[in-house]
Design a binder for this molecule. Structure first.
Ligand SMILES: Nc1ncnc2c1ncn2[C@@H]1O[C@H](COP(=O)(O)OP(=O)(O)OP(=O)(O)O)[C@@H](O)[C@H]1O
Length: 228
C-alpha cells in the first residue's frame, strides 16, 4: 500500500495514578494509520482503547512519545495549536452521539464548519450533502431526540466529517445499537471512508464488524499489536 500515513503514534506512553496505584496503559506504543484504510481497535474492556483514541485525537496528552497528524508532530505544540489541528484534521465519533439537543440534524452538522469559518450557505450545502449521503436527508430539520439511535449516529458521523478531516476516530460508534442497525451504520461509515479517502480507526467490541475492516489491532502490554 503506498497511500500516505495520516496518523502516527510514536513511542506513546500513558499512565494514570502514581506509586502503588500506578496504572500503565500505554508504554512505547507505535501505530500508523494510512489514508483510505479502516482499522478496527479490538481489546478487552479497560485495556486502553478510549485512552488511545483520545491521545490520537489530541483530546488528551500522552506522558511521552509523539502523535503525528498529517505530518504535524504534536509533541511540542501548545493547546491552541493542538486544538487547531484537531478541528482541521480529525473527526471524532463517540458511542453516544453527543449531538447538541436544541439544534436540528442539519444545524449540528453545520456547527463545526461555522466554527471553522465557513460561510453559512456553504456549511448548509455541505451538511445537506452529507445528510443525503447518509440517507437521512429527510430528517434534516429534526432534533436529535426525534431521531432513532441509528439516525442519531449517522448524524454524528456526518458531523465528524463535516470539516473534511483526514482522520476519523470512533469510540464504539455502534455500541448502543442493535446488530442490524449497527450493521447499516457501519456500512454508511465505510462508504464515507471509501469515498473520501479518510483514514479511520474504530474501537469496537463487535467482532463481526471488526472482521469487515481492513485490519485489526489490539492493545497488549501497553503496545499496539496487529491481530491476524
Ligand atoms: N482519568 C483516569 N484516571 C485514572 N484511571 C483512568 C482514567 N481514565 C482511564 N483510566 C483507567 O485506564 C484504563 C483504560 O481505560 P479506557 O477507558 O481507555 O479503556 P477501554 O479499553 O476504552 O475500556 P472500555 O472498553 O470498557 O470502554 C482503565 O482501567 C481505566 O480505569
Amino acid at each position: 500500500m503506498n497511500s500516505r500515513v495520516a496518523l502516527q503514534l510514536a513511542g506513546v506512553d500513558r499512565h494514570y495514578g502514581q506509586g502503588d496505584r500506578l496504572l500503565t496503559i500505554l508504554k512505547g506504543a507505535d501505530f500508523s494509520l494510512r489514508s483510505g484504510e479502516i482499522v478496527a481497535l479490538v481489546a478487552p474492556s479497560g485495556t486502553g482503547k478510549s485512552t488511545l483514541l483520545h491521545i490520537a485525537g489530541l483530546l488528551e496528552k500522552p506522558d511521552g512519545g509523539d502523535v503525528i497528524v498529517n505530518g504535524h508532530s504534536c509533541a511540542q505544540l501548545g493547546d491552541e495549536e493542538r486544538t487547531a489541528i484537531r478541528r482541521n484534521e480529525i473527526g471524532f465519533v463517540y458511542q453516544f452521539h453527543h449531538l447538541l439537543p436544541e439544534f436540528s440534524a442539519l444545524e449540528n452538522i453545520m456547527m463545526p464548519q461555522l466554527i471553522g469559518g465557513l460561510p453559512r450557505s456553504e456549511a448548509r450545502e455541505r451538511a445537506k450533502q452529507l445528510l443525503d449521503y447518509m440517507r437521512i436527508g429527510h430528517r434534516a430539520d429534526h432534533r436529535p431526540s426525534e431521531l432513532s439511535g441509528g439516525e442519531q449516529q449517522r448524524v454524528a458521523i456526518a458531523r465528524a466529517v463535516a470539516n473534511a478531516p483526514i482522520v476519523l476516530l470512533a469510540d464504539e460508534p455502534t455500541g448502543n445499537l442493535d446488530p442490524e442497525t449497527a450493521g447499516y451504520v457501519f456500512e454508511a461509515l465505510q462508504a464515507l471512508v471509501r469515498q473520501s479517502g479518510l483514514a479511520a480507526l474504530i474501537a469496537t467490541h463487535n467482532l463481526e464488524l471488526a472482521g469487515r475492516m481492513d485490519r485489526k489491532v489490539t492493545i497488549e502490554d501497553g503496545k499496539v499489536r496487529e491481530l491476524r
